[in-house]
Design a protein around this ligand. Structure first.
Ligand code: GMT
Length: 378
């Protein structure tokens, strides 16, 4: 198959899922065309059947807002024709599903029919998509996709609750390449680089948006380090970073918190971590938590959205209500204070993560593409 993939090219989870799925599909012999405004961060182009096509939106004085959807839909039409793309898979509904719908209509006028698969990832439904500013267009583009998938049961339920959906939504969960996380076997985890032997390593990875409740991360860690020698690794960049840096100063823990910025070395950081913190306000899935679990890192998280489908309470870690900083800190200390208990939780985390190993999920997407193409040809 020739597959067109539209995604955000940033460090966000939807872009990561889109990129890794595309790469896996290329390993199965499919021709993959990424179409985005930048090269996706996890994309390595040294593969003959993976291509990247950039969407350009030149500035023009009349435009207060650059018409990205228009440029994207034009680019999709051109790429589908030029590379004989059989199917378009768009990740994150806004504005990708809308642009794909427009492209599909334009192509139809030229005698080309192409199916569109839309994968809903999270805030395209919850925080942003259901806002009255966008709702009608998001609802329309979901209902006009040939196939709609969501990354968790919880996100599917949210979509059905927030929109008038006429399409079936298939849950295809996010996935992980377990092989990538076999660090222990490779002996590559360099704990001593970041912390003393006596210190536990706690990690948070995100794009530091308000939804991630970054100050909760700092406050939970503050309580942990009062009881247990520990370091906190803060990985990522975003609007809440400055507030977090100030809080760290105010609490007098600057020597225990490392802001590591955006990193392509997340795997190496997780490899040396003991505990992962994800106290988000809302989270459709929590790919960052799954990556941590695959690295044998126990997770303390909120119990919102799809997180309970990933982090299992009392097994791979613990879940508490959003805002329950004390409860999350208490459970973190409970795990960290006993070496045998910590080892067990870390082991469990990896076991739970195995449920999301990529092979099954990638096959699910492949079948879904084949069916969508066949349905359109019938
Ligand atoms: O929806 C977003 O906030 C953006 C998106 C992203 O691109 O980072 O994150 C969502 O998609 C991820 C991949 O499917 C999920 O793991 C995240 O839980 C989800 N984020 C939220 O729901 C806040």
């Amino acid at each position: 198959m020739n597959i067109g993939v539209v995604c955000y090219p940033t460090f966000g989870g939807s872009g990561v899922v889109a990129t890794e799925l595309g790469i896996e599909m290329s390993k199965k012999g499919h021709e993959i065309h990424f179409i985005a405004y930048n090269q996706p961060v996890r994309l390595d182009l040294l593969v003959h059947n993976v291509h990247y096509h950039e969407v350009n939106v030149p500035e023009y004085p009349l435009f207060h807002y650059q018409p990205y959807e228009l440029a994207l839909s034009s680019k999709l039409v051109d790429m589908v024709k030029l590379y004989k793309i059989d199917i378009l898979h768009v990740h994150y509904a806004i504005p990708h599903a809308y642009a794909a719908y427009m492209a599909k209509k334009m192509l139809h006028d030229q005698g080309i029919d192409i199916p569109v698969v839309t994968t809903l990832h999270g805030t395209d439904i919850t925080l942003v998509g259901s806002h009255p500013f966008y709702k009608s267009a998001v609802e329309f583009s979901i209902n006009h996709s040939d196939v709609v998938t969501s990354v968790s049961e919880s996100l599917k339920a949210d979509t059905l609750r927030l929109f008038d959906i006429k399409k079936e939504i298939q849950v295809v969960t996010n996935f992980i390449d377990m092989k990538k996380y076999d660090h222990a076997a490779e002996g590559v985890c360099q704990r001593h680089v970041l912390a003393d032997k006596s210190e536990k390593i706690i990690t948070h990875v995100s794009n530091f948006r308000p939804v991630k409740r970054i100050t909760d991360v700092i406050n939970i860690f503050y309580k942990i380090q009062e009881k247990i020698p520990a370091k906190l690794m803060m990985v990522g960049e975003g609007p809440e970073k400055e507030a977090a840096e100030h809080l760290v100063e105010e609490l007098g823990i600057a020597d225990k918190v490392l802001f590591l910025g955006r990193s392509n070395e997340v795997d190496s950081i997780l490899c040396l971590s003991d505990l992962f913190l994800l106290p988000s306000e809302t989270e459709s899935f929590g790919l960052a938590a799954l990556e941590a679990m695959a690295s044998s890192v126990a997770v303390i998280s909120s119990n919102t959205g799809g997180i309970p489908e990933v982090n299992i309470d009392g097994v791979s870690g613990f879940l508490r209500n959003v805002d329950d900083v004390d409860g999350m800190a208490e459970k973190a200390i409970y795990i960290l204070e006993d070496e045998t208990r910590l080892t067990q939780f870390k082991k469990n985390a990896k076991e739970v993560a195995k449920k999301f190993d990529l092979e099954t999920i990638v096959n699910q997407y492949e079948n879904l593409y084949t069916n969508a193409i066949n349905n359109l040809r019938e």
